[in-house]
Design a protein around this ligand. Structure first.
Ligand SMILES: [Zn+2]
Length: 184
């Protein structure tokens, strides 16, 4: 990571993953994934010719920031999987659940999915619990999780997608009592 970053910094113009790989004696694939993380961390960017430095820091700091970017990516990915697990186990209308996942409001149950047809879909329609500051698509910020967007409100559960943390399901009661979410 540090070597790849140093190579980009030292390259005259854009650095090609192939030449960095040759220089460092690692595979081009390793270099490309290192550069992608450095790009996620906002330190380099890709242009047609290769990688270009956009922020110069010392290589150890670059590696640290790339690591943080990798961890963030992993957290977000895990939260997606967690949401999909919720989809598999939900007793709500599956269409309403999915629309909530994408931050869309829906007024009613679809009547066609398996939970609707088995009569297990919750009586409360998705979106009908949304009110005030917590409508889907409201930009919010959380003291610990930072900036996010309300995706869904269902009973006491508020689902928020946080830019750096991924999906979080918060208790509406806790959110309201402790003022955890501020509109942005
Ligand atoms: Zn349904």
């Amino acid at each position: 990571m540090e070597g790849a970053y140093r190579a980009v910094v030292e390259a005259p113009g854009a650095a090609r993953p192939k030449s960095i790989a040759a220089e460092l004696e690692v595979s081009p694939r390793t270099v490309t994934s290192a550069l992608n993380l450095l790009s996620d961390a906002g330190l380099v960017r890709w242009d047609r010719r290769g990688a270009v430095v956009i922020e110069q820091v010392d290589p150890a700091t670059a590696a640290e920031r790339a690591r943080a970017a990798a961890e963030e990516r992993e957290r977000i990915e895990e939260s997606r999987i967690e949401m999909m697990r919720g989809y598999a186990e939900t007793s709500r209308c599956r269409r309403a659940f999915l629309l909530g996942y994408f931050g869309e409001e829906t007024g009613e149950r679809c009547g066609n999915c398996d939970t609707c047809e088995s009569g297990h879909a919750d009586a409360a329609d998705a979106g009908s619990d949304a009110s005030g500051a917590f409508l889907p698509n409201t930009p919010v910020s959380h003291e610990e999780f930072g900036a996010g967007t309300v995706m869904d409100v269902d009973g006491d559960r508020i689902t928020v997608f946080f830019e750096h943390e991924g999906y979080k399901v918060l208790s509406r009661e806790a959110v309201e009592e402790r003022g955890l979410l501020e509109p942005r």
